[in-house]
Ligand binder design. Structure first.
Ligand code: ITT
Length: 191
């Protein structure tokens, strides 16, 4: 079975990707390989940040890996928070990050947004990218307790509930991460 390290410190991402690949690949965590480093992410794009994370694993551990850089882009906020999603308010506190987002949006009628994931795969000295996007709208208030990050304020188009009101299975069927991860899986299976 193909074995790959997922270069993430975000346990929610790890759980989601493991559920999406559903046993077809063996996904090792950073903990599994004894990496407890704070992997730098200093790029201005999802691609750069994802690449930085997978490159890091090769440079420091000589291991093939993939990494996910993702975030929320809100149309009327010029695609903020984007690559700064994890620290929008200046901290990693998601309550503060969501408060700031809702405050900046105020009563703005244009609440269009998307979640974007870019996966960078470093395998056999080759670099590949896989992208997933899901479009939707930002709610006026939080709803639901599932998921993580901005899930309580994002309703995907065609649905009447937030990601945080969906089961893990429902979210993993349609999410940006699911789209990108399925592309990664298709590529790995084609090798
Ligand atoms: P790693 O870099 O270690 O993978 P991270 O949480 O720092 O973990 P990112 O730099 O990619 O990950 O930041 C992505 C942020 O965007 C994340 O912390 C959430 O706030 C938000 N985000 C990404 N995917 C999301 C999802 O599926 N649902 C809700 N929020 C999400």
């Amino acid at each position: 079975m193909i074995e790959l390290v997922f270069a993430t410190n975000n346990k929610n991402k790890l759980d989601e990707v493991r559920a999406i690949v559903d046993g077809r690949f063996f996904i090792k965590s950073l903990e599994d390989i004894g990496c407890y480093d704070d992997i730098p992410e200093t790029g201005d794009t999802f691609e750069e940040n994802a690449k930085q994370k997978s490159d890091y694993l090769f440079r420091h551990f000589q291991l093939d890996s993939f990494a996910d850089d993702s975030g929320l882009e809100v149309e009327s906020l010029k695609n903020e928070p984007g690559v700064y999603s994890a620290r929008y308010s200046g901290t990693r506190n998601m309550e503060d990050n969501i408060d700031l987002l809702l405050e900046k949006l105020g009563d703005n009628a244009n609440r269009k947004a998307c979640f974007r994931t870019v996966i960078s795969l470093y395998l056999n000295k080759e670099q590949h990218f896989f992208e997933g996007v899901i479009y939707g709208e930002i709610t006026h208030e939080r709803k639901g307790a599932e998921g993580f990050g901005y899930d309580p304020v994002f309703v995907p188009n065609g649905y009447d509930k937030t990601f945080a009101e969906m089961s893990a299975t429902e979210k993993n069927d349609i999410s940006h991460r699911a789209i990108a991860t399925r592309k990664l899986g298709k590529y790995l299976l084609s090798l």
